[in-house]
Design a binder for this molecule. Structure first.
Ligand code: ATP
Ligand code: MG
Length: 487
């Protein structure tokens, strides 16, 4: 059979066979290495290993190699370390930054992975029931959570931030399962998203203005989309447009948001015994904490009504994600059980952002497909204005030209006319394009530029102009004229 190697690392290979792409982990030890492994295990067996010894473990291991008279072997050392301190064979998958998800589907079945570029792939790794149970017990111990026959479902986070779900049988019919959503060590920023083509600098500037709302009318925004479409990531990117001094409260099932803002209080809906805590109670409690902004990681149940009640009583700038494929479905989920938000309450929702995973030229990409605005209510219907629409042929999201209600509200609230608002958009777009051009992409750096714009306004634009000139560039960033024209 023809086999084409698409990518190769120290411990893995991605190969394209006739009909499928496979992820091959190279972790089988040779008979000689197995023998070495056994000897080392015996040597280590005499010592008591505790998790706190992880840092010093390399030295202990080297001593063992010395005492059995064998040269240091990286592969075997890694194997042992993964067994003792990590999740065994799964560690090899965890260390590949290009994998988004790892899925153990039961006893004696191949493990699957989701790759950033190649999507879902079968691996050659097959785990037995006992291996899987050992890993699940380790995960529960890391997270201080309980999983047993009475509580066979576990949601937890690994020490490195990866999100894990584990299930035992029963109810898991084919043996215990593990699903790991890998947490990016370095979260994506709006600059990354623009570079990926998830949105344009144009739309990013619009959303920036919507999130800040000149501090008078920050928008209430829901980001909806399918599973793993990047909703939480986009939420995180938008939340850093919140001005530094505003008090932000975040509530999540599993803490994923990474907000390098100053005034943030974070909640995870988990009790001390590791059991899920009533999400709605946490939200009600957070309303008593005088928040300027409430960010709900994922809106799923009755907390939706609490959130919309809060928005209807004057809490502005609330944001959250919701699982739905388009804006109609978003409305339908919000208004039906278990959320049961009366349609009239949805009037306060300003924007619905729909983001999905799509297949483009054989690769999986994430795209914002539409941005709609709640325009009003007619009878029992919510009227939506589509402001931005993605066009797959051009692989671009562009404005539909429909006038934005939010813009009109902002204009009225700030005494600006629409022309002035458009200039403001151009300025923000310019800053974003400057960041893209300079590859200033780390979340903390992006935050600092945004906050500096709030502080210095047009002076920052002049600074950008100077910087562009210093390096011999023009004062143009994207397609518009001299920065001074905007000031
Ligand atoms: N715009 C993007 N481009 C490429 N990859 C992305 C993008 N946004 C997120 N990702 C990656 O996709 C994966 C899923 O992202 P994220 O958790 O934000 O999705 P989600 O829609 O919130 O998922 P869930 O449905 O589980 O809540 C992560 O590995 C993340 O790094
Ligand atoms: Mg999410």
């Amino acid at each position: 059979m023809k086999m084409n190697v698409l990518e190769e690392g120290d411990y893995y290979k991605i190969v394209k066979e006739e009909f499928e792409t496979k992820y091959i982990v190279d972790i089988e030890l040779s008979p000689k290495e197995k023998e070495l492994f056994r000897k080392l295990r015996r040597c280590l067996g005499k010592q008591k290993i505790i998790p706190e010894m992880k840092e010093a473990f390399d030295l202990i291991l080297k001593e063992c190699f010395n005492s059995i008279g064998e040269p240091y072997n990286e592969r075997v050392a890694k194997f042992i370390k993964n067994e003792i301190f990590g999740l065994g064979k799964l560690e090899y998958l965890l260390e590949d930054d290009n994998l988004e998800e790892i899925m153990v589907n039961g006893d004696n079945k191949p493990v699957y992975v989701v790759h950033r570029t190649y999507g879902m792939m079968k691996t050659n790794l097959i785990l037995q029931r006992n291996d899987i149970l050992n890993i699940i017990n380790k995960i529960a111990a890391f997270a201080g959570r309980v999983i047993n026959k009475e509580n066979p479902l576990l949601d937890a986070r690994l020490p490195n931030g990866d999100r894990v779900n584990a299930t035992l049988s029963p109810p898991a019919l084919e043996g215990p399962t593990i699903t790991i959503r890998k947490f990016r060590r370095e979260a994506f920023s709006i600059v990354d998203l623009i570079k990926f083509g998830t949105l344009t600098s144009d739309l990013a500037a619009f959303l920036w203005l919507a999130v800040e709302g000149f501090r008078i009318k920050p928008a209430n925004i829901i980001i909806a989309g399918g599973t793993g479409s990047g909703k939480t990531t986009t939420l995180n990117c938008l939340a850093i447009f919140i001005p530094q001094n505003e008090r932000v409260i975040t509530i999540e099932d599993t803490a994923e948001l990474q907000l390098p803002l100053e005034h943030v209080v974070r909640f995870e809906a988990i009790s001390e015994e590791g059991k899920p805590l009533d999400f709605n109670r946490l939200l009600i409690n957070s309303l008593r904490m005088r928040p300027d902004r409430i960010i709900v990681g994922e809106i799923r149940g009755e907390e939706a009504l609490t959130l919309f009640t809060a928005m209807n009583t004057g809490h502005e700038g609330c944001m959250g994600t919701l699982h739905a494929n388009n804006s109609r479905e978003t409305i339908s989920r919000l208004t039906n059980s278990p959320m049961n938000v009366p349609i009239t309450m949805l009037r306060v929702l300003d924007l619905i952002i729909i983001q999905n995973k799509i297949m483009l030229n054989g690769k999986i990409v994430r795209r914002i497909e539409e941005v709609s605005e709640v325009a009003g209510i007619e009878g029992n219907n919510l009227l939506l204005n589509k402001l931005y629409q993605y066009d797959i042929k051009r692989d671009k999201i562009t404005s539909t030209g429909t006038p934005s209600r939010l813009f009109q509200i902002l204009a009225k609230a700030t005494g600006r006319d629409l022309k002035e608002l458009n200039i403001e958009l151009e300025k923000r777009k310019l800053i974003l394009e400057f960041l893209v051009k300079r590859n200033i992409r780390r979340l903390t750096d992006v935050v600092s530029w945004i906050q500096r714009y709030y502080q210095y306004g047009d002076k920052l634009l002049l600074e950008i102009e100077k910087e562009m000139k210093v390096v011999g560039g023009e004062a143009k960033v994207g397609g518009f004229g001299d920065i001074r024209d905007l000031l």
